[in-house]
Design a protein around this ligand. Structure first.
Ligand SMILES: C[S@@+](CC[C@H](N)C(=O)[O-])C[C@H]1O[C@@H](n2cnc3c(N)ncnc32)[C@H](O)[C@@H]1O
Length: 407
């Protein structure tokens, strides 16, 4: 049976038998179980497992289910009656290490870590369109709000990956919050504190490495206080903390400078960041041909952009909206790009410029073309804007995995 069919059957049956459990939670349990087949699937109770195994039995898969009962840890996905051919980025069959994917978004970290031979044993993400995209590509529904998930229920892992929410630290986020007179950074209770969810998981699970990503402004936020709290907190858990501000433009044609943090436990002492020197790539290398006219912006929008640009230039503030230079990288693609496209408008001769397509945004972040985009375009823009530049993550991940193998 294909992944989507087997997941649907198990989910429907568990929902019927355990009606008090939320559907999203059941989907997360079932898909994590199908991916990992180990004892430690968060929230999946013994009776739920028994029920699922009975279902396997009744569909004539006695040998598989009895193996599942007897053995627990080894990776089973290659022996399960699941055909993963509806899933483009399948679980690896001979994992070299394990990792978890927190604030998983659409799985930018997972793409790289799986490619390096890693097996994902837990993911968490609360946005429903992100979950939908994640499942379509990886065959796993992430668990929801990380604040409600006990660190004890998370499986052991070698690497903790987290591109934690950056709005409280980004320049745009801070100025919006300042003007609204609300708190930001750690003082912003809803989002800034999510770093401490990473900390409580690290404290309990002691991964060998934590690989974190955030906006570059994290380093200077609140006169450097926020970053030094992050650093000290991680060091107090027994990790060596290193970070680097890296521009993605030699690897993808996008100006995107982010702060990457790699925290290694005592014993691993040879991790160094790779080199990211190189000429910036040209936007034209990722453009699609014959783009639908619905991506061309309206006269009203284009005139509005030009008016605001002139005003901002005179004041020396704010974003400006110009047509992109196709021989240079695009500006940073952010979550709001889909609203009006001002970060990157593609010139079209005499016609009004056009927006990038979601596929072009995916390419700007290094997602391969067989990455499935199952959502409407407004969501897709937001999800790609929030994601990571995959080739940057991959290059750092190679050094992390190299260090893990040496120790
Ligand atoms: C900066 S994005 C990370 C994107 C991800 N690295 C990727 O490659 O797509 C942060 C993500 O955290 C998610 N998030 C925010 N608060 C959360 C929470 N309490 N529990 C789970 N996910 C959360 C957001 O929905 C968002 O997708």
């Amino acid at each position: 049976m294909k992944y989507s069919a087997i997941k649907m059957v198990l989910t429907a049956s568990l929902l019927e038998t355990f009606p008090k459990v939320e559907e999203e939670e059941i989907e997360a349990m079932v898909s994590h179980w199908l991916q990992t087949q180990n004892e430690n699937v968060p929230l999946l109770t013994r009776s739920m497992k028994e029920h699922s195994l009975a279902l396997f039995e009744s569909s004539g898969r006695r040998d598989v289910s009895s193996r599942l009962v007897k053995e627990t840890e080894p990776p089973y996905q290659t022996q399960l009656p699941i055909i993963w051919d509806d899933i483009p980025f399948r679980p690896v069959s001979q994992p070299q290490f394990t990792f978890i994917d927190l604030f998983a978004g659409i799985g930018g970290f997972r793409m790289s870590m799986q490619e390096q031979g890693g097996k994902c044993v837990f993911s968490s993400e609360w946005d429903s369109d992100a979950k939908k995209t994640y499942e379509a590509n990886f065959g796993e529904v992430p668990y929801g709000d990380i604040r409600n998930i006990s660190e004890r229920s998370i499986p052991d892992h070698d690497v903790l990956c987290a591109g934690f929410p950056c709005q409280p630290f980004s320049l745009a986020g801070v100025s919006a919050r300042n003007s609204l007179n609300t708190s930001h950074g750690f003082a912003c209770e809803t989002q800034g504190t999510l770093f401490f969810d990473i900390v409580r998981i690290m404290k309990k699970k002691k991964p060998r490495v934590a690989f974190l990503e955030n906006v570059k402004n994290l380093v200077g936020h609140d006169g450097g206080k926020t970053f030094s709290i992050i650093r000290q907190t991680i060091e107090s858990l027994g990790y060596r903390f290193s970070y680097k501000l890296i521009s993605a433009s030699p690897l993808v044609p996008q100006r995107r400078i982010r702060c990457y943090m790699v925290c290694v436990r005592g014993g691993i002492n040879d991790f160094i960041f790779p080199d990211f020197e190189g000429e910036p790539l040209a936007l034209r290398t990722i453009l699609e041909h014959n783009v639908d006219s619905s991506f061309t912006i309206s006269n009203r929008l284009w005139e509005g952009h030009q008016r605001r640009t002139k005003r901002n230039l005179a004041r020396g503030t704010g974003f400006t909206a110009f047509c992109a230079d196709l021989d240079k990288p695009s500006n940073t693609i952010v979550a709001r790009y889909g609203k009006d496209g001002k970060e990157c408008l593609v010139p079209q001769g005499k016609k009004n410029p056009r927006m990038l397509t979601p596929r072009e945004c995916a390419r700007l972040q290094g997602f391969p073309d067989h990455f499935i985009i199952p959502t409407a375009k407004t969501s897709a823009y937001r999800l790609f804007g929030n994601s990571v530049a995959i080739p940057v993550i991959t290059k750092i991940a190679r050094n992390i995995v190299g260090s893990l193998k040496n120790h």
